[in-house]
Design a protein around this ligand. Structure first.
Ligand SMILES: C[S@@+](CC[C@H](N)C(=O)[O-])C[C@H]1O[C@@H](n2cnc3c(N)ncnc32)[C@H](O)[C@@H]1O
Length: 152
């Protein structure tokens, strides 16, 4: 709990969210918008702009970089997509930061390989070779996630 901050927990999908009874100063969307269909994302940004946020309200986002998916040619939402979409809705960037995350899949379990194979439509061998390429060197195991604060 932060001093002076009231919290309310609501479980729902972005598509069905009707907002709160009163506007809020900050909305945090961490690793979520990439899962939402483009048309629904557009509706969300618009509702944030006109309805959910107070004047000067902010949206804090985090978008993961996905080197493995890129190599496997899985279409992936990235931070440039987010910046373009938010700018189209009229949000401007207040702050951008890189978050360095250690992610080592160089010795993957069978389940992980099967999961990536299913999600990407590639064979397990293709996933293993992409993992080899992506995480072969220790310095490749630090991936950069993007934190952005937008204001309206
Ligand atoms: C990669 S997880 C991120 C979880 C957490 N926010 C974090 O950063 O660790 C993606 C989350 O998005 C949620 N999600 C996916 N589609 C959603 C939607 N349409 N509306 C709301 N949440 C959604 C999933 O339930 C899941 O918890």
């Amino acid at each position: 709990m932060f001093p002076g901050v009231d919290s309310t927990v609501v479980q729902c999908t972005i598509e069905s969210w009707r907002g709160l009874d009163h506007q809020v100063d900050v909305v945090m969307l961490f690793n979520v918008v990439g899962n939402v269909r483009p048309a629904d994302r557009k509706v969300l940004y618009h509702k944030l702009m006109i309805d959910y946020l107070t004047d000067g309200g902010m949206v804090v986002t985090c978008v993961q970089s996905r080197p493995l998916q890129k190599l496997l040619k899985v279409p992936a939402f990235d931070n440039d997509d987010l910046l373009a979409e938010m700018s189209t809705e009229g949000f401007y960037i207040v702050l951008e930061r890189d978050i360095h995350v250690y992610r080592d899949l160089s010795n993957p379990s069978e389940e992980i390989v099967r999961l990536f194979a299913m999600a990407s439509g590639n064979s397990s061998e293709e996933v293993l070779s992409a993992i080899d390429l992506t995480f072969a060197q220790p310095d490749q195991r630090v991936v950069i996630n993007k934190l952005t604060i937008f204001a309206k």
